[in-house]
Design a protein around this ligand. Structure first.
Ligand code: ZN
Length: 251
């Protein structure tokens, strides 16, 4: 593959031209996800760690990059002639090239267990949250506790499990944590099945918008009726983020 990177912020603190030169000639062995990171594993043992942040997206262009796009930050030309364009309106996304052996130590301090992993139990969650006085919503957003739950899915999970977002994490008992875990998995599976939520201009790799946002139960629905009890959804803040919940059925 051949790589061009046109944005100094994408590879900071590394030089984008240098990173592009390092990537050129690599052969992709596998694609994986850990938490919110996309992992591109190369046959050399190196790994490119991509974080899309708010507005990053990858677009597959089978006939090359014909369309002019002011938000394109990088282009990967594959040996089969197709291009993968990386576009990012707000430029918070990052690309980090790691040498063999660097991945596990890098992720260990940043990414907790995968919540979709069946082995992750309510018991394990209780051990983590029992000393945390912070609101459960803030703890859910901490990627070192739970990997892969962002602001939208935290609100949705709390709605499904009928737990108030501002409850101190340590106050949740085992059955409630069990419900919460079920809620998180339900919210994430819903999202994955519908190709994610489209906020502003996010597009999937096929260029189409996701449809998840039409099915939110709590997130972004201030003033609209709760689909379970009819009470208007309210908005507050938790963990520094906008937080939506039903004041009647989330306790
Ligand atoms: Zn309700």
């Amino acid at each position: 593959m051949h790589v061009e990177i046109d944005d100094v912020r994408l590879t900071r603190p590394h030089d984008p031209v240098e990173t592009a030169a390092e990537l050129t000639g690599e052969a992709v062995a596998a694609l994986e996800r850990r938490g919110k990171y996309l992992l591109v594993r190369f046959e050399s043992g190196r790994v490119l760690l991509i974080h899309l942040r708010m507005t990053g997206s990858l677009l597959l262009l089978r006939d090359g990059t014909a369309i002019d796009d002011p938000y394109r930050r990088a282009v990967v030309r594959l040996d089969n002639g197709s291009d993968i364009a990386y576009r990012d309106v707000r430029r918070f996304g990052t690309w980090l090239l790691l040498e063999p052996g660097e991945l596990d130590p890098y992720l260990a301090s940043r990414v907790g267990p995968e919540v979709l992993n069946r082995r992750f139990s309510a018991q394990a969650l209780q051990a983590t949250v029992k000393r945390r006085k912070a609101p459960i919503k803030a703890v859910l957003l901490d990627q070192r506790v739970y990997a892969g739950v962002g602001n939208i899915y935290a609100d949705e999970a709390l709605w499904w499990s009928r737990i108030h977002p501002l409850r101190p994490a340590a106050s949740l008992d085992r059955p409630e944590l069990q419900e919460l875990l079920r809620g998180v998995r339900k919210a994430l599976r819903h999202g994955i099945a519908r190709q994610g939520a489209t906020l502003r201009d996010y597009r999937g790799a096929d260029g189409r918008a996701g449809s998840m946002q039409r099915e939110f139960r709590a997130y972004g629905r201030a003033g609209e009726p709760c689909t379970r009890c009819g009470t208007p959804i309210e908005k507050t803040r938790a963990g520094g983020r906008g937080t939506w919940y039903c004041p009647t059925c989330q306790l």
